[in-house]
Design a protein around this ligand. Sequence first.
Ligand SMILES: NC(=[NH2+])NCCC[C@H](N)C(=O)O
Ligand SMILES: [Mn+2]
Ligand SMILES: [Mn+2]
Length: 341
Amino acid sequence: MSPHNNRGITASAPSDAQLMAERSKFLKNGATAGVTCVPFSGGQPKGGVDDGPVEMVRFGMLDQLQGMGYAVELSPGMDKYRTMKPASDPAIGVLKNPRYVSLAARRVAEQVREHCAAGRMAVTLGGDHSIAMGTLVGSTAVYGDDLCVVWVDAHADINTPETSESGNLHGCPLAYILGLCEPAAGAGEEEDPFAWVPAGCVRTDRLVYIGLRDVDAAEKTLLRKHGIKAFSMHDVDKHGIGRVVEMALDHVNRDRSLPVHVSFDVDALDPSVAPATGTPVRGGLTFREGHYICEAVAETGCLVALDLVEVNPALGDPESLRQTVAVGCSLVRCSLGERLL
Ligand SMILES: NC(=[NH2+])NCCC[C@H](N)C(=O)O
Ligand SMILES: [Mn+2]
Ligand SMILES: [Mn+2]
């Protein structure tokens, strides 16, 4: 192809970076990915999910983003997430590792806030899903309650300390974010390590779920009580993923004029597609359905933050690990604008 147009003026093709900058409506530095790796497993009992980010990076995640034309700005000090575990962290009620989860999420919040404030696309690699408490505090600190959340998951992760049966905080982040938790009466940081989370920083009408199929009874009650929109796998079967994503975005962001944060739990995918994860549930999204969600959100130009969580390289054989890490990387690439054609 000739670089000259018919007026004889040299027209240079726009660079990938220019294309991306035009495509992201809210990012002043949309050609930079602000990546935060969070090797953290304290929100659930299985070891190994803390190796998720390292494995994704080893698989080439950052090089792949650079190959797409992104500059990568990596948050420093990821090893600190492993060493910041308090010496003593007894359960508070049913909640396990509450102080550790709180410390880690608080640090995530600061690192994500910095990326968002600099106008970068904030990409957070987990780690278990409790870290989304941090990512959402970070993104809403910059975008306020305009921020829309698309939560892609087999689970609703909306248990309160009162409703959680497991005591695992990766099942609770949205309850804190939406402000559904009773403040521990008169409690300071010691009784309520999550007092720093701005309750209600995400509005219940700006949250939408895709992929649900394992929701606790008390969580169903909460979803109904607060009128939170959710598209289960039943809805995906009924309408098809194309229609579901359109309806989901119409619900939170009808005019596609608000910033969007996608929190993608890899267990939303069917275990045949993403086997290496701590709480797999059969009957999940296909490979294409998962990618379609990411591509369709990318096309809106509204994405400002993405979490990719719950990849656990310790679970399953080497092929399960490879497959899950690879799919994690490709979901991130699609979300950041990789196109099939
Ligand atoms: N992020 C996840 N994988 N969450 C699973 C949560 C499972 C269950 N609802 C619980 O609260 O323990
Ligand atoms: Mn899940
Ligand atoms: Mn989850």
